[in-house]
Design a protein around this ligand. Structure first.
Ligand code: PLP
Length: 399
């Protein structure tokens, strides 16, 4: 009898991890690998936020907290929802966990019965699939074409909904495509959702603050009549460069939030008390760093898109948000590398970039969409320039 439970068989091996491991091996051999596979800002956590964390330690705020998080932080989150989106939540309708990831997991674990379906537009953050499967649900993938901006169309949503559909997952700006749903896009999806009152919306807004040419919109605000069946998830990881502090939050219907707290109460209990105090500073301070980060990302995005579109066989749309580009590599499929290997998939292409040109990216198959690669532009302009030049050279060397 195996010690490891069969239920874990539903979790797919991580493509990101495979690339990271290979990149680490090469680096150990002394190769100058440029990593464009990371899903986190390269900026430091702003010093005012760090100071708040240090103060929390010095003042002894190092004890257990409420499972849903400390009241002053939930109050700060309540104000952010109200100020930024006109969304009114009571503090009891707000919960937080170790990153937005745990909040999403708690929601799925607290709500899915075996066989319940979750509609996931693809390309998507692949953790959604694994979390749904681990919670006993069934992911229903809906491909979203590049010519529709990688966004879910209302008719595709309508076709995917069944009596078993419990959730629609929305992620805007999207990891990996950077696509941003406009107010109008969400209104069109809301029209479909009104016909199906049993379907809930999980709106993962973790990249909210990183939009460039598009205005951010979120379902509960766009369609107030869907407020009661929407869970809005957000956090400080990406906007405030706080990935390691592990603070994410969710706001939604009271019964769901209570159930999520029940799940978390038997796992992590709560996220770190120190991080919670730091997050109050992040959310209540001026947050001027966000504009700085967004401006830096915008400059990098434009550099990367411009360069990648010079690479033979790649075509890269301009993403409206997050810090990823998702170029198609259809034009390199079928070509041969210098040592005669045929590039058959985006994984082959990503491995070729890493092994022969020391650039780490993630294949689109890791986001349920091929043939694409995800390139994170969360690196210095200098590294991005060098990496893109290597990619251009790698494409030119194929025959
Ligand atoms: N949602 C999406 C779409 C993400 O890409 C990520 C992280 O990569 C998360 C949620 C998780 O964020 P956190 O670090 O706050 O758990």
């Amino acid at each position: 009898m195996s010690l490891v439970a069969d239920r874990l068989n539903v979790v797919r091996p991580s493509e990101t991890k495979a690339m990271t491991t290979r990149a680490a091996e090469l680096r150990d051999q002394g190769v100058d690998v440029i990593t464009l596979s990371q899903g986190e800002p390269d900026f430091k956590t702003p010093s005012a936020i760090c100071d708040a964390g240090i103060r929390a330690i010095l003042y002894g705020r190092t004890k257990y907290t409420a499972v849903a998080g400390i009241k002053p932080l939930r109050e700060a989150i309540r104000k952010v929802f109200s100020r930024d989106h006109g969304l009114d939540y009571g503090v009891d309708q707000i919960t937080m966990g170790c990153g937005a990831k745990q909040v999403v997991f708690n929601a799925l674990f607290a709500s899915l019965d075996p066989g319940d379906e979750v509609v996931i537009p693809t390309p998507c953050w692949v953790s959604y699939l694994d979390m749904v499967a681990l919670a006993g649900g069934r992911p229903v993938l809906v491909p979203c074409e590049e010519f529709h901006g990688f966004k879910l169309r209302p008719e595709a949503l309508q076709a995917a909904i069944t009596q078993r559909t419990k959730w629609l997952m929305l992620n805007s700006p999207c990891n990996p495509t950077g696509a941003v749903y406009s107010h109008g896009d969400l209104r069109a999806l809301a029209t479909v959702l009104r016909r199906h009152p049993h379907v809930h919306v999980l709106s993962d807004d973790i990249y909210e603050k990183l939009t460039y040419d598009a205005a951010f919109a979120t379902m509960a605000a766009v369609a107030p009549d869907l407020y009661a069946r929407t869970l809005t998830v957000n956090g400080v990881s990406k906007a405030d460069a706080m990935t390691g502090w592990r603070v994410g939050y969710g706001a939604g219907p009271l019964a769901l939030i209570k159930a999520m707290n029940l799940v978390q109460g038997q796992t992590s209990s709560h996220t770190s008390s120190i991080s919670q105090y730091a997050a109050i500073e992040a959310l209540s301070g001026g947050r001027t760093h966000i504009e700085e980060f967004a401006n830096a990302f915008l400059e990098r995005r434009d550099l990367v898109v411009g360069k990648l579109n010079q690479a033979d066989g790649l075509s890269c749309r301009v993403p409206e948000g997050a810090f990823y580009v998702f170029p198609s590599c259809a034009g390199v499929i079928g070509k041969r590398t210098q040592d005669g290997k045929v590039i058959e998939t985006d994984t082959d292409f990503a491995m070729y970039l890493l092994d022969a040109f020391a650039v780490a990216v993630v294949p689109g198959s890791g986001f349920m969409a091929s043939p694409y690669v995800r390139i994170s532009y969360s690196s210095s302009l200098d590294d991005l320039t060098r990496a893109c030049d290597r990619i251009i050279a790698a494409c030119a060397a194929l025959s």
